[in-house]
Design a protein around this ligand. Structure first.
Ligand code: ATP
Ligand code: MG
Length: 589
């Protein structure tokens, strides 16, 4: 969608207002993250706005992150701005380079780029540890922060409740000099973990609990994946995030609604840091939007990690996972995910998006461009008993063809052979059919799609009475695309694959991972609603052109849905397909 066609929303209105008022028009940018002095010495900022996508590298990105990525990069694109990709790596314990690499891949795959005009806007919050420390010291010197030595329990008890004010810490009145000395000792590793924290000094009676002297630094003797053992104190998220935004000259810091109550602290902190001459003005502002909640899906990294660790799925990239690597392997395209996020828009009120909206975006994307192919998912053999009589030889192969895409003749045609034995879907034959059944039953006629009309003459069964072969006769002169092909009128058209020329393929049929639309609502154990039938593997036959496709190629298997050659397991000669989605929304119907 062109930006002019995009529906407005409250974030776009805020940005339009800021641009109209010139809120950020006169600011300077150092060309890289910097403090107030650094930016003041820089050039006028070439970006009209700056947004950022700030993942913590503690897991793989999921569909909810895709919403945030499309939103932040999309707004920057639409308004002449720049979006930064920033790793919010201030929490050493759970972070890892593996996740950093996976996140870089995912953002690129979605179609966004942090390089603008040859300049990279990829940043790491851990690069700002020195500056954050400086900010903390400045707050202490200004009597706006203190080292608290209460136990964690006392601190929790003294925080108060929604109805009762908190109680001031006995350490709250220490002098700035004493606090500074203690904070330096914390940094020097002279105190054990949990023995003390640095807290902002705001108001223990504030109705907003987040303003009751929030902790801003804690002691952690943890190895950081980038800074190693350089630090044994780490900033809290609520302290670090506003400073990261300010260092990077972010204008619009967009986050999810859970952070609404943190905004007063965000403002408190940056206003003081501007006043103290540490961060540039005009400073960033935080705006909140409703996170994506998708039915039948959990989007907490912790819960996704649990599914992987406990082997309920086959890894982060399991095609049933809502991770971007999982969706990609399932056959979702970047275009379909961008279309999905455009369609759901942004709002300020939490709601649930139905999973079918995601599937429909995929169909709308692939319908227009995925090559078509025939595949038989539940194969039953059919023999054309008059084949040798009609074609002169039992081994004759009759060439057939079909458009690669019915709406795009320029995509060309695909060829496949009809032979005396073909695979058809088991459901396309019934010995005793219900009323209105137009497919094969003894005596009935139907067309083998792109081939000939055939008349069913009977079937063969095994000892248990199960049909093992359908028998039929071909009607000469009825070949699709030849003159007179439709002199014999039939209602049923059947998809098929030649038994001797088709290729055996493994197909994985996926269903929703959970049986309940809201798997983790109300603290419910989401594992209790795992769908035991979420993955079914079937042996199928596919058209040769599909079997020869490269891994990652998508097809519409006619009448069945959209399928993708599995990125990991598919090989020419041993094809493996994942069903991305069915042709219609049939789930639960
Ligand atoms: P999780 O709870 O799964 O760990 P998170 O919010 O902690 O997710 P981060 O890596 O901190 O994960 O998130 C990076 C960005 O993605 C944040 O700006 C966050 O607001 C956004 N984000 C995360 N989940 C969603 C979601 N479901 N919908 C929209 N945005 C999201
Ligand atoms: Mg987080």
């Amino acid at each position: 969608m062109e930006s002019a066609d995009k529906p407005s929303n409250f974030l776009r209105q805020i940005i339009e207002r800021d641009l109209a008022q010139g809120t950020y028009a006169n600011r300077r940018f150092a060309g890289h993250p910097a403090d107030a002095a650094g930016h003041a010495a820089g050039q006028p900022d070439p970006a009209r706005i700056r947004t950022r996508f700030p993942p913590e590298p503690n897991g793989y990105l999921h569909i909810g992150h895709a919403k945030s990525i499309c939103l932040n990069f999309g707004l920057a694109q639409d308004f002449g701005g720049i979006c930064h990709l920033r790793f919010d790596d201030t929490n050493p314990e759970k972070e890892d380079q593996e996740y950093v690499d996976a996140i870089l891949d995912a953002v690129r795959w979605l179609g966004f780029d942090w390089n603008v005009g040859g300049v990279s806007h990829l940043f790491y919050a851990s690069d700002y540890f020195n500056f954050m420390y400086r900010c903390a010291c400045a707050l202490i010197e200004d009597d706006l922060a203190y080292v608290d030595e209460q136990s964690a329990d006392d601190m929790r008890r003294n925080r108060g409740t929604l109805t009762e004010p908190g109680v001031e810490s006995p350490w709250r009145a220490r002098s700035p000099q004493e606090n500074l000395r203690r904070f330096e000792e914390m940094r020097a590793g002279q105190h054990p973990e949990g023995s003390m924290v640095l807290r902002a000094k705001i108001d223990m009676a504030s109705p907003n609990i987040n303003l009751r002297d929030p902790a801003i630094y804690r002691i952690r003797f943890a190895h950081h994946h980038r800074t190693g053992d350089q630090w044994c104190i780490y900033p809290m998220y609520t302290f670090a995030h506003p400073i990261e935004d300010a260092m990077e000259c972010i204008s619009h810091s967009i986050c999810t609604l859970e952070f609404e109550d943190q905004r007063p602290f965000y403002d408190w902190l940056l206003d003081h840091l501007v006043r103290l001459g540490l961060v540039a003005s005009p400073r960033p502002h935080q705006y909140e939007f409703a996170r994506l909640n998708l039915t039948y899906v959990v989007t907490s990294k912790r819960k996704l990690a649990q599914l992987v660790a406990e082997r309920h799925v086959d890894g982060w990239d399991d095609p049933r996972m809502p991770t971007l690597v999982g969706l990609r392997r399932r056959g979702y395209t970047p275009e379909s995910l961008r279309l999905f996020t455009d369609r759901i828009g942004v709002s300020k009120a939490d709601s649930w998006i139905d999973y079918s909206v995601l599937e429909q975006a995929l169909r709308d994307d692939l319908d227009a461009r995925a090559p078509r192919a025939m595949a038989v998912l539940d194969p039953l053999r059919l023999e054309l008993t008059n084949w040798a009589e009609v074609f002169g030889s039992a081994d004759h192969a009759e060439p057939c063809s079909a458009p690669v895409h019915p709406a795009h003749p320029e995509m060309g045609r695909r060829s496949f052979d009809l032979t005396s034995q073909v695979w058809i879907e088991r459901e396309d034959f019934m010995e005793v059919p219900p009323k209105g059944y137009h497919r094969l039953t003894p005596g009935s006629m139907a067309r083998l799609k792109y081939g000939y009309v055939i008349r069913c003459t009977g079937c063969e069964k095994d000892a248990e009475g199960r049909v093992v072969k359908v028998l039929a006769e071909l009607l000469p002169d009825t070949k699709s695309g030849t003159p007179g092909a439709d002199t014999v009128k039939v209602k049923g058209v059947i998809t098929w694959v030649s038994a001797s020329r088709g290729v055996a393929a493994q197909v994985r049929l996926f269903d929703r991972l959970f049986t309940d639309a809201h798997p983790d609502v109300g603290g419910r154990d989401f594992l209790s609603v795992l769908n035991p039938q979420s993955k079914q593997t079937v042996q199928t036959y596919v058209e040769p052109a599909a079997a020869a496709a490269p891994a990652g190629a998508s097809f519409q298997f006619e009448r069945h849905g959209y399928f993708v050659a599995d990125r990991v397991d598919h090989a020419v000669g041993a094809p493996v397909f994942n069903r991305t989605t069915t042709l219609k929304d049939s789930w639960g119907k």
